[in-house]
Design a protein around this ligand. Sequence first.
Ligand SMILES: [Zn+2]
Length: 387
Amino acid sequence: MSGGAVRRLRPDAILVDSQTLLSDRALVVRDGRVLGHDGPSAEDEVHPGEFWSAAPVLVHAHLESHDAPAATWSRAGFAAWAAELLAWRERRDRLPPDQAAAASLAELRRAGCGFVLAHRAEAGATSEAHRRARELPELLDLPELFAPEPERAGEALRTCAGAPGRALHSPFGVSLELARAAFAAPGPVSIHLGEHAEERRLLAAGDGPLAELLRARGRPLPAGRWPSPVDWLADAGGLRPGVLAVHGADLRPEELRRLDRAGVRVVWCPGTHRFFRRPAPAFAAAGLPAPALGCDSRASNDALDPLREFRLAGRLLPDFPPAAWWRAATEGGAEAVGRADLGHLRPGAAARWLRFRAPRSPADAAAACVWLAGEEVRPIGGVEAAA
Ligand SMILES: [Zn+2]
């Protein structure tokens, strides 16, 4: 431990985690870490009229497509939307991937995101300046593989040599050969799975709108039949801890429980769910905790904003109370990516927080989570961290 200066930061109240609210206590930090919480002292940097929380963690995003004109695209189904996205991506008048990534990261920082896991589908879709400057949000971007042709599996895997993990597009976007190799290698693997009924139909019957889209683009269909997307995942060797199943909103309770038993974490993107006007997911019916949250991209969402995803989650699925969704948006996401130091402000945590103006402090943690779910509550100046 180096000997950086100790700072004592004292707002009116601190939501340490979804269960713990402290009033009139200083957050004691040093070298970017939380040391503890202390009673008032003359050395405190006081922030009267403020309420602080840990910075949220988003476990799924794409930094590309920040300027996608998605409001004009079809939402009638996934294949119809994907055809619009693919046509737009061939245009030359859109933002280059690096600029789109920088714009996405700036939006996430302003909105209060502390950490984001992104699928990187286009070369250059990472803001190198952001990475070099170690700016927030902290970024874990995984190369996304789209290679449904079995003969391209080796070439696709070589593109992510040395990466901290892999992202697979979907069960229809990669061959079983590629998926098996990707899941067999150590490290996290993120994949869009169980997103919509079109995916289920393609895997179970080999037809439907997705089959037509793949054929129209000269790409092969999955070489097999699986009654459930979770059966496909099992066949591919992906029923293991470290795997992130993104969306999961078309999965049935037993399928969700099967993922949970295997240690696979589900990541739900409420903004995208609402964009496509999909039916309510079965997370609560499965008897499982609220899933981690993501924001996907502006190709299927109106904003990149963790608080908005937290609020939409509560509105779309009120079976879970605000405290459960706050946990999902913070510690739940951190656990999904194996980062015990994120999503809370207990001793040992990364000192990353959001500041809010709050004329009256909430009475307890549950009331604080209800307050955070209010539409007008915005962080002051985005996510902050102690140096
Ligand atoms: Zn996505």
